[in-house]
Write a protein of this length. Sequence first.
Length: 438
Amino acid sequence: MAPNPTIIKAVEQLGYRVTVGDVAARAGLNINLAERGLLALASDAGGHLQVAESGEIAYLFPKNFRSILRNKFLRLRLQDWWEKVWRILFYLIRISFGILLLLSIVLIFLTISIIVISLSASSDNDSGSSDSGYSNRGGGIIFMPHFWIGPDIFWFFDPGYNRPYRRQRTSPESSERSQMNFLEGIFSFLFGDGNPNADLEERRWQEIGTLIRNSRGAVVAEQIAPYLDDLGTGYQRDYEDYMLPVLSRFNGHPKVSPEGEIVYHFPDLQTTTQEEQLQPTEPYLLERRWRFSSAGSGQIMGAIGLGAINIVGALVLGSLLKGGEFAGFVGFVASIYWLLLGYGIGFLGIPLIRYFWIQWKNSKIEARNQKRQQEAIALSQADASLHKKIAYAQQFAAQNVINEENLIYTSERDLLDQELERKEQIDAEWQRRLESGS
C-alpha cells in the first residue's frame, strides 16, 4: 500500500523529525491514522524510531525519502506521470469548449453565406448554374467550393494574446485572471473554477489541531465551537455533544472540574520534537464564497457576445433551412443543425443557471459563517465563569519535547553501542548525586 500523501507532506513541513501528535495536529488527521501512517512510512522510506525516557516515540526520516518511495512504489511513479499528463489533458478539455464555440459560429455563418449566394445565383440564372461553383438541382443545394479564405481565428489560441491587458492589472485577483487566455476564460464562464471549499474539512481539522497545540493539549468546548457546524440545540449543546468527533479524532479525554464543568485533555498532542511557538489560527472557520468566474470582465463579455452571435446565427440558419433539401457541405451542417442550436442555447443557459445557483449557495455559506463568527465573538467576550473554566483546563496543559538529551534508544545506531553510552550516562548521574549528597 502506498504511503499517505498527507502524512508525507506534513513530515516535510515539520522538518523530517516528527511525533504522531505533530503530524496529527499539522495535517488534521485522526491520531490512530497518523500513527499507522507514520509506522508504514518509516518502514517504507528507511525512517528511524527514537524513544525518549518517557516512552514517547519520535520518527526521523531521511530528507530524500520521497525519492526512496518513488523508486520503491510503481504506483507513486505512475501517479507522478499521470499528474503531468492530466494537466495537459485538462488544459485541452478546458480550451475545447471555446474551440467548439468558434467552430460552431464558423459553420453557421459559412453555411448561411453559401445558401444566400446560391439562392442569389439561382435567381439570376434560371438554368440553375453559375460561375461561382454552386448548383441547384431538384431543390437541393450542392456546394462545390474552389477555395475559401476566412478570418484569422488562431489568435484565440495564443496564451499571450492579452498581454497588454495583463500589464494593466496589478491586484492578486486580477493577476490570477490575467493568466487565463480567452479559451480558458470561456471554460471558466461556462463552468466556473471549481469548489473554493474543496479543502474545507482539511482546513477545519488543521485549525482545531493547531488550536489544541497552542493550548498545550487542553481546551474547553467554547474554544473549538467557532470551527464546527451544527452544534445542536437544547441538551445536545448543553452537554457539548459536538465535541465527540474532536475527541475521537485526536484521542482526547474529558475532565470534570469541581464545579461540574467539562474540559478536554489531548495527551497525544502534547508530545513534540521541538519547542513550538504559538502558531497563527483564524478566529473562526471561514468558508469562501463561490465566484461566478475568475475570467476577466472583457473575457466574460466576449464569451457572452460570441454565445449570442452563435444563437442568432443558428436561428437565421434555421429559417433558411426550412423546407429545403440539401447535399454536400450544407447538407452536413443541416444534419447537425439542432446540435449547433442546442450548444448555443446551453452555452448561455448553463452560466445563467449557475449564476442563480451560486447566489443561493453563497447565502447558505454566509449564514454558516455568521454562526461561527458569533461563537468566536462569544469566546472573545467570555464571562468570569468561562475564564474560570479555561483556567481549570490549563491545569492539564503541558508540552513534552523529545530531544537528543532525553533519548534512550534510536534505531539509527547499534543497540550495544547505545547501551554502553546509556550505562555511562547512568554512572555519571549516580556520581553526580553521590557528590551532591542526594
